[in-house]
Ligand binder design. Structure first.
Ligand code: COA
Length: 276
């Protein structure tokens, strides 16, 4: 299979639909896939016709995690140089996605194992199918959840849930994942894409500069003291002002206070009225 086919993407109505595309291997992440994913993310990140990125999977899986043959066994056979290279490639695109310019949604249609928790966490929001199955299978084949995965579950879940998944390797379904807050919502598979479109539509109405600064702030402040966070957020809003040529916050106030055309408590201001 050519490198290009292991990830598919299309842009439609300002949504970039990016898919893991090795369905015959349950979308396991091989070095080839990891390299290609970075290229695709790179290509889409600053396009004006992309407002939201959705990461899905073709076939029965979202991703069965790292490819045990190509990512682990074959790179180990190349020695430390090969191992470190493949780690850089996978961690590299996970990191790129965590700090992506556009808001991102994981659309988890099926299997999500082990290393798959990396991109799951990288996406800002996550909607899954009730039929999806999540598991930290690492313990089942004799390793700990590495590649950031243990950190991901500890950041996302209470300790008992993180420990349960880590030590038992037991599966949970979409509804359980939503109850645990591993994902935002779970819906029947047949509704999954429609629900993701609805959520994307909400994001597309917002000021894109505000979205980028807000999502970064949510990820950053967790590791800060209160005073550090307070200071950081003041500086970030000032930086956002600098990056927003439309002066969106002033327009947002104007449309509410002067024009009385919308209520911020009930939805976003009309970006089409902004001239910049
Ligand atoms: N790495 C490498 N190959 C994988 C893989 C992975 N993580 N997950 C699936 N595959 C391959 C299988 O080896 C098989 O290849 P083959 O057709 O050449 O024999 C193919 O994908 C289909 O997998 P199969 O196991 O037959 O599909 P299934 O639908 O019966 O089961 C899973 C799906 C996901 C439950 C099962 O494939 C599995 O347990 N995968 C490993 C999950 C895992 O531990 N991931 C964590 C890695 S950190």
């Amino acid at each position: 299979m050519s490198e290009k086919q292991v990830v598919t993407f299309r842009v439609e109505d300002r949504i970039a639909w990016v898919n893991f595309a090795r369905p015959e291997k349950r979308n396991a992440m091989s070095p080839t896939l990891n390299r290609r994913m970075m290229e695709v993310l790179d290509e889409l990140e600053y396009r004006d016709d992309v407002g939201v990125l959705v990461l899905g999977g073709e076939g029965a899986a979202w991703s069965a995690g790292m490819d045990l043959k190509e990512y682990f066994r074959e790179t180990e056979a190349q020695g430390l140089r090969g191992v470190r290279k493949s780690q850089r490639e996978s961690y590299g695109w996970f990191r790129r996605l965590r700090w992506y310019q556009k808001p991102t949604i994981a659309m988890v249609n099926g299997w999500c194992f082990g290393g798959g928790f990396g991109p799951l966490f990288s996406c800002d929001l996550a909607i899954c199918a009730d039929e999806a199955k999540f598991g930290l299978s690492e313990i089942n084949w004799g390793i700990l959840p590495g590649g950031g995965v243990t950190k991901v579950v500890v950041d996302l879940l209470p300790m008992r849930d993180a420990m349960w998944l880590t030590l038992t390797g037991e599966l949970i379904d979409g509804q359980q994942a939503a109850a645990m807050r591993l994902v935002n919502e779970s819906v029947p598979l047949e509704r999954l894409e429609a629900r993701v479109r609805e959520v994307a539509a909400i994001l597309l109405q917002k000021n894109p500069v505000a979205l980028k600064f807000a999502k970064d702030a949510v990820r950053r402040v967790g590791a800060m003291t209160y005073d550090e966070a307070e200071d950081y957020l003041v500086r970030m809003q000032e930086a956002a002002n600098f990056h927003d040529p439309s002066e969106g916050r002033k327009e947002g106030i104007r449309q509410f206070i002067d024009e009385k055309s919308y209520k911020p408590g009930l939805g976003a201001y009309d970006q089409s009225k902004v001239s910049a």
